[in-house]
Design a protein around this ligand. Structure first.
Ligand code: NDP
Ligand code: DGY
Length: 309
């Protein structure tokens, strides 16, 4: 119903009608004088964009739950409200995380390549062996909405121990018998380390040389949060030296990851193009939610999902 507002002749909508990201120059030009901005996680909303928008700007609505692409201090200073898309993408992202974990640990992409290139000679006892979840210890870094949904899905695979770390202990972790432990304990005891925290100054580069050195040689590393949580040079070293068994990444720095990036030369690294929330229905619901957040911000009413910061 709110969309009727957009037929108001005094409301001008400027739309970047492409799946490709808007260029910086177009964004800076297009945002001038705008009251509201609907953006993607690939649009860096910094002082330059806020200055280009000017004092009319009342609301920014992002088609994402992550908001590390936005200069929150500057936005707050200017009294601009922010809408985002929590919850509605939790199931899709948790599902993709489980798919990536299993594909990485059980070497599915490698196996598919062998079938196609003729490397499948016969059934061999140790060929393409990987790691299973049954009886394992799983560590979740950031047991938030998505982290908890991942834990809920992994438990029925026979996970023996579920560890998690973050800034605070969570009472809801009882549902998955989650044990709150210091990060070092999680890293050294887990067979699967799953990163699902937000990217913040504290988590930037959290998974570095020191971190990978503590992991078991047989451990699987999965990241579906943000690429910058990982030091990719250190991850490359850990994977190529056998310090850890394998890694599955849905997020990288930069995105897209250049096709000549060293990580892409490794058989024990599975890289996906940031598709955590990519189901048709989830993206549809995210689009509707972000449009309604924008409209509520413009009208000065309650947003369905306002980021409180
Ligand atoms: P939540 O806010 O519910 O969870 C974020 C978690 O990060 C919290 O549990 C928080 O723990 C934790 N965290 C914050 N700081 C730290 C820290 N210093 N160390 C460890 N953990 C920390 O968000 P969601 O679960 O909804 O989303 C999480 C992230 O997933 C998003 O920010 C986004 O980057 C990413 N994402 C990726 C997608 C993809 O396509 N791959 C799709 C959707 C989201 P605490 O509560 O203890 O502070
Ligand atoms: C997010 O929402 O933050 C994801 O990265 C994309 O859905």
């Amino acid at each position: 119903d709110n969309l009727g507002m957009l037929s108001d002749p005094s409301a001008a909508v400027s739309l970047w009608d492409s799946d490709e990201p808007v260029s910086r120059a177009e964004l800076l030009k297009g945002v001038a004088g705008a009251h509201g901005l609907l953006c993607l996680l690939s649009d860096k909303i910094d002082t330059e964009v806020l200055d280009a928008a000017g004092p009319n700007l009342k609301v920014i609505s992002t088609l994402s739950v992550g908001f590390d692409h936005m200069a929150m201090d500057e936005i707050k200073k200017r009294g601009v409200r922010v809408g985002y898309t929590p919850d509605v993408l939790t199931d899709a992202t948790a599902e993709l995380t489980v798919a990536l974990l299993l594909a990485t640990a059980r070497r599915l992409p490698e196996g598919m390549v062998e079938v196609i290139n003729g490397g499948w000679s016969t059934w061999k006892p140790l060929w393409l062996c990987g790691y299973g979840l049954s009886g394992s210890t799983v560590g979740v870094i950031g047991l938030g909405r998505i982290g908890m949904a991942i834990a809920r899905r992994l438990k029925p695979f026979g996970v023996k121990k579920l560890l998690y770390s973050g800034r605070t202990d969570k009472s809801y972790a009882a549902e998955v018998e989650g044990e709150y432990v210091p990060l070092d304990t999680l890293v050294s005891e887990s067979d699967f380390v799953v990163v699902s925290c937000a990217l913040t100054p504290d988590t930037q580069g959290l998974c570095n040389k020191h971190f990978f050195c503590k992991m078991k040689n047989t451990a699987v590393f999965i990241n579906t949060s943000r690429g910058a949580v990982v030091n990719q040079e250190d991850l490359y070293q850990a994977l190529s030296s056998g310090q850890i068994a394998c890694a599955g990444l849905d997020v990288t720095t930069p995105e897209p990851l250049p096709t000549d990036h060293p990580l892409l030369t490794l058989k024990n690294c599975v890289v996906l193009p940031h598709i955590g929330s990519a189901t048709y229905s989830t993206r549809g619901i995210m689009a509707e939610l972000s449009a309604n957040n924008l409209l509520a911000g413009l009208q000065g009413t309650d947003m369905p999902s306002e980021l409180k910061f």
